[in-house]
Design a binder for this molecule. Structure first.
Ligand SMILES: *Cc1c(COP(=O)(O)O)cnc(C)c1O
Length: 346
């Protein structure tokens, strides 16, 4: 069975062009700095983000962890949202491995942190307190429904952090979705931060990898941290080859995923018994829930959808997430809507 797999854009398989680029990639030992394909990817990524340097890492999680450990020492504190990916979904790595203390403030439904909350979270110099070192922002904001944050907001948040003497890291796993959504060059969403991680392996379809970007000095530190974490890879140009195509050829088409998310949401909105989350869809994500009066759990509904070849992410007792990506086509949209109608007996 060929699935319509909407669980995540991480499920994207590499394109044919990526597979052939991987097969013929020029390789070397990257721990010696001698993999030409990785070096090229890092140069492209740095240029794209308007930063001095870049570091290829195996995952977004390692990119964020290496960033935090390069910015902070043990006992330092990082301010971030209570729905931040780094806080919820990265296995507590910053504390477990770095001794870095998280200070969470509430994420607003639009993915932002209130400026007054950021300001209040920055600690004064007092031996009782951990030392405030870093603010983490996330764009697009995953747990807040894939919403994108504007340049205006990013500038304001960054300015508050700077005034408090903090550095700013952006978890930009899907920063290109944000740039496409706002119709701005990606540099406009990252020029105010010190460091940014973005994923090649989500909507951009590469099989593995993320890139961490920042100043020369910062990336030199992060490079050592990557080695400590066991992320020094050898002939990983086979992966970077797909990453280059991701960066050069897969960014502009993200708008198609956003349009399909709109179409999917428009169809699901008309299905009795289903409710779209407030604000949904955002970028490539659609969040819906089954109405209370339907005697059906998300698990049961997902099992019925699966019988129709449709896979969805379960995010709560009645809640689903669907993420559009390269392998979701226009003609899949009506199939998904029909599958929901059948699952809900309407
Ligand atoms: C996917 C994601 C990451 C990194 O995840 P990996 O699976 O480690 O690549 C980080 N932040 C956000 C917001 C993400 O969506």
């Amino acid at each position: 069975m060929s699935w319509i797999d909407l669980r995540s854009d991480t499920l994207t398989l590499p394109t044919e062009k990526m597979r052939s680029a991987m097969a013929s990639a020029e390789l070397g030992d990257d721990v010696y700095g001698e993999d030409p394909t990785i070096n090229r990817l890092q140069e492209l990524a740095a240029a794209r983000m308007g930063k001095e340097a870049a570091l290829f890492v195996p995952s977004g999680t390692m990119g964020n962890l290496a960033a935090v450990l390069a910015h902070c020492g043990r006992g330092d504190e990082v301010i971030m949202g209570n729905f931040a990916h780094t806080y919820i979904y990265e296995a507590g790595g910053i504390s477990a491995l770095g001794g870095v203390h998280p200070f969470t403030i509430p994420n607003q439904p639009d993915g932002t942190l209130l400026k007054c909350d950021i300001k209040q979270a920055i600690r004064e110099d007092n031996p009782h307190f951990p030392i405030s070192k870093l603010l983490i922002l996330e764009n697009t904001h995953n747990r807040c429904g894939g919403v994108s944050l504007s340049r205006a907001y990013m500038l304001e948040a960054a300015q508050i952090a700077r005034e408090g003497g903090l550095a700013i890291h952006l978890d930009g796993a899907r920063i290109f979705n944000a740039a496409i959504d706002q119709d701005v060059p990606v540099v406009d969403l990252v020029d105010m931060v010190d460091s940014v991680t973005f994923c090649l392996s989500k909507g951009l379809c590469a099989p593995v990898g993320s890139v961490l970007c920042g100043s020369q000095e910062f990336i030199a530190k992060a490079h050592r941290v990557r080695k400590q974490l066991g992320g020094g890879m050898r002939q990983a140009g086979v992966l970077a080859a797909a990453g280059i195509i991701a960066l050069e050829e897969m960014v502009d088409r993200l708008s198609e995923d956003h349009q399909r998310a709109e179409a999917l949401a428009a169809g699901l909105r008309e299905v009795p018994g289903l409710l779209l989350d407030k604000g949904s869809p955002n970028t490539n994500m659609v969040y819906v829930k089954i109405e209370e009066n339907q005697g059906l759990t998300a698990q049961e509904c997902a099992a019925r959808l699966k019988e129709e070849g449709v896979l969805v992410g379960i995010t709560g007792s009645r809640h689903f997430r669907m993420v559009c990506h390269y392998w979701i086509r226009d003609d899949h949209v009506p199939v998904v809507i029909k599958a929901f109608k059948k699952a809900l007996f309407v």
